[in-house]
Design a protein around this ligand. Structure first.
Ligand code: FMN
Length: 357
């Protein structure tokens, strides 16, 4: 498929994405792309009661409406996090709202949670989830734009009730820069109350408690990160996902005037790498050993991946590097992790996680 990349890159970023989604969503069972490789057994892990064949998953935002997760799994991702899904269907921000910064191998987006809503996603999952059981499904939920922050609990709970039955794990997204006021929900008292509402909503629709993660922004102050880590311990979350996109504009090669002319939004790609790793280390030192960190942000090579594993990430995700490099990157990273393990003192992935934290 990525022979088509030059053609896709000649189109606007959003048109290219929409075309890719259309093509991939035709593969309802996830058997078109069957990767001609399989991950080494020692990369398998049990995380919060869920088996991941290897640590690399597709981050949220690529498959917002659960249209193509089977194809992504068949390309070799061990997990796909669908969403962000909101309680209400919503159009998102006016276009254009998605830009490539090629010189930086970065993406700027202000999509604004465009998605067909929780009811639609639940219907699609009901139709398709049983067809492709080959990967882990994360479900990332967020607040609808029309719902005031004060009413956020009920909105998250609504999505959780509909989607928890299909989720191997659930993520509360409180860190997108593109929904006004959303990141204020990272304040720990608000987070606690949303977590409780979501747990109460999910409990009656599942046989087992849903593993719950919270996804945080890279732009938080360290003191706020520490508060969130403390809350995560007290609430016994399955873990945290760090990080979402950044509103900062430092460290780019692209001309500053061009970047400014693109307007607001979250940046993703290599400029996130350092901060994402720093936050990972900070969180690892504060969570319980039984709690997990999913590291995302600027990850694009086997070396990045292994560095984050040693720093304490049980799981890894990426988005932007996949857009620039295509599906071959999955195998390269997963096999690279296995080779790094081979020459390390650790015999299993589990033993390597956090070994240098
Ligand atoms: C176009 C685009 C849309 C995104 N949409 C979402 C989203 O809906 N929910 C979410 O939690 N993260 C979203 N993200 C953030 C990614 O999941 C990820 O956290 C971020 O891009 C950093 O990883 P990367 O550098 O590998 O891209 C989006 C990212 C991009 C590039």
């Amino acid at each position: 498929m990525y022979l088509l990349r030059p053609a896709l890159f000649a189109l606007s970023a959003e048109t290219a994405h929409e075309l890719s989604l259309k093509a991939l969503s035709a593969d309802r069972r996830g058997d078109w792309f069957r990767a001609g490789w399989s991950a080494s057994k020692r990369l398998r892990q049990d995380i919060a009661g869920v088996t991941f064949d290897h640590p690399l998953g597709m981050a949220a935002g690529f498959d917002k409406d659960a249209r193509c997760y089977p194809a992504l799994m068949s390309m070799g991702f061990s997990s796909v996090e669908i969403g962000t899904v909101t309680g209400h269907a919503q159009a998102g921000n006016p276009k254009p709202r998605l830009f490539r910064l090629k010189q930086d191998r970065a993406i700027l987006n202000r999509m604004g949670f465009n998605n067909r809503g929780a009811e639609d996603a639940a219907k699609r999952l009901q139709k398709t989830r049983h067809l492709s059981k080959s990967g882990v499904l994360g479900v990332n939920i967020g607040k609808s734009k029309v719902v005031a922050n004060e009413e956020a609990e009920a909105d998250y709970a609504y999505s959780a009730r509909l989607l928890a039955p299909y989720a191997d794990y659930l993520v509360l997204n409180v860190s997108s820069p593109n929904t006004p006021g959303l990141r204020a929900l990272q304040a720990v008292d608000r987070l606690r109350s949303i977590i409780n509402a979501v747990r109460s909503a999910a409990e009656p629709v599942r046989d087992t408690p849903v593993p719950l993660f919270v996804k945080i922004a890279p732009d938080l102050e360290n003191a706020d990160i520490d508060e969130i880590a403390k809350m995560a311990r007290e609430e016994n979350l399955a873990g945290l996902i760090a990080t979402n996109t950044t509103i900062r504009r430092e460290g780019l090669k692209t001309n500053a005037d061009i970047v400014e002319s693109l307007g607001n939004g979250g940046l993703s790609g290599p400029m996130l790498r350092e901060r994402s790793l720093e936050i990972l280390k900070r969180l690892r030192s504060q969570l319980r050993d039984s709690q997990h960190l999913i590291s995302v942000g600027g990850l694009s090579s086997p070396a990045d991946a292994f560095e984050r594993i040693l720093a304490g990430a049980s799981l890894l995700q990426l988005y932007t590097a996949f857009v620039y490099e295509g599906p071959e990157l999955i195998q390269r990273i997963v096999e690279g992790i296995d080779e790094a393990l081979e020459t390390s003192p650790y015999t299993t992935l589990k033993a390597a996680v956090g070994a240098k934290a």
